[in-house]
Design a protein around this ligand. Structure first.
Ligand code: SF4
Length: 390
């Protein structure tokens, strides 16, 4: 790897491994009075925080780098892992740098975690962000507008400064640029997954959890520029697959590497979906809150935690397979993740109707053994290649 790209990847890896949020501490120390607010997966309107001068910080649990000592005591055994490791992060003081937490309404677990947070950390700002599941502007739109106004009021008080419309327009434009860079990266990977392997692309996406969006966009642009200069990144006889189910609790990096080593080029996924929740540009001119509402109603991505009418489930997945010229789908969901696992039968039915091959397995963010997954993914990759050649 050339030194410039090596340094870039090293920086992204360091940010990924930094459970103590050193980057956030450094950002706050750079100017007096700066504030940072954590948010859980998937979607929160980061533009509002940015417009208030607050750094939005994506919190995704402890991955496979955190020993759970106290976090387990708060949960029964049959739920996913991310709430335990998030509580562990907080109880161990790693999240003390945050001035508040937002918990979006992805499912029961995150909702209950917001209640626990209120009890565990009285006096800290906590808000459960209940996003609409009705996409009629007069119903879900009116509701979401009220929620955004309430959040705007909270953030104004926390930041100690008003969020002016022009501030918010500026922040919308900044996040439009960030989403555009991510879309370009995803498109580039879809064309040449050997140039932008997902195990590397993922590190660059993750950096957006702790960096200001302007800096993150610049990092992505540098990666887009440098990765194609690596002459030893050659096309291999891998199969092209879409990964589904990883929108909340994240897989360990080793799992993504394992899939690639097993012969799978990942050409689309739902990793870190919050950064890509809005699938197009948010209008900058006009009423910025109204623009955020319209974007949510009209441009929300299709995923398990978003309501979709009967019959529509699976359409977006089939389109992704077709658009990315994928040969199969790997359902890869966290153990005990109700939203992902309850969605699977409907998605599988949609794939079966189109004769698209699929396989499935489960993981936990701290899964450390990949031998079985490697065998399964390798067999799947071989079989769909043979199938498509037949
Ligand atoms: S991993 Fe699944 S069940 Fe667990 S908090 Fe996330 S969405 Fe909910």
């Amino acid at each position: 790897m050339k030194p410039e790209l090596e340094q870039l990847v090293h920086r992204a890896q360091q940010l990924y491994e930094d459970l103590d949020l050193a980057a956030v501490r450094t950002w706050k120390q750079a100017a007096p009075g700066r504030k940072a607010i954590g948010y859980m997966p998937i979607y929160v309107p980061r533009e509002l925080m940015h417009a208030a001068g607050i750094l939005p910080v994506g919190i995704l649990g402890g991955g496979d780098r955190l020993e759970i000592i106290r976090g387990d005591a708060y949960f029964q055994s049959y739920i996913c892992h991310i709430p335990r490791s998030t509580v562990e992060l907080a109880l161990s003081g790693r999240l003390d740098v945050l001035d508040g937490m937002l918990f979006p309404s992805i499912g029961d677990v995150i909702r209950n975690l917001s209640g626990m947070w209120t009890m565990l950390f009285p006096g800290r700002y906590v808000r459960y962000v209940d996003v609409p599941q009705n996409f009629d502007p007069k119903v879900g739109g009116a509701y979401w507008r009220r929620e955004l106004e309430t959040l705007q009021g909270d953030l104004t008080r926390l930041a100690g400064r008003a969020i002016k419309d022009d501030d918010l327009r500026h922040s919308i434009a900044i996040y439009n640029q960030n989403r555009q860079a991510i879309r370009e990266l995803y498109q580039a990977r879809s064309w040449q997954p050997w140039v932008y392997p997902t195990s590397e692309l993922y590190l660059f996406l993750r950096a957006g959890n702790v960096l200001p969006p302007e800096e993150h966009t610049e990092l992505l642009r540098q990666y887009l520029k440098l990765a194609p200069l690596e002459e030893d990144r050659k096309e291999k006889d891998h199969s092209r697959v879409v990964l589904v189910g990883m929108f909340c609790e994240q897989p360990p990096l080793g799992l993504l590497l394992t899939l690639e080593r097993a012969g799978c080029w990942i050409v689309d996924d739902d990793l870190l979906l919050g950064m890509r929740w809005l699938t197009g540009e948010v209008e900058v001119e006009g009423d910025p809150l109204a623009n955020l509402v319209t974007a949510f109603l009209e441009q929300s991505t299709a995923t398990a935690s978003r309501y979709q009418p009967e019959g529509d489930r699976g359409r977006a997945l089939v389109e992704s397979v077709q658009h990315n010229v994928a040969e199969g789908v790997i359902f890869c969901a966290p153990s005990f993740c109700d939203p992902a696992l309850l969605d699977q039968p409907m998605l599988i039915a949609a794939l079966d109707r189109e004769s698209i091959q699929h396989t499935q397995f489960k993981y936990s963010e701290d899964t450390g053994q990949f031998a079985v997954i490697r065998e399964q993914a390798g067999t799947f990759s071989d079989s769909i290649r043979l199938w498509s050649e037949a």
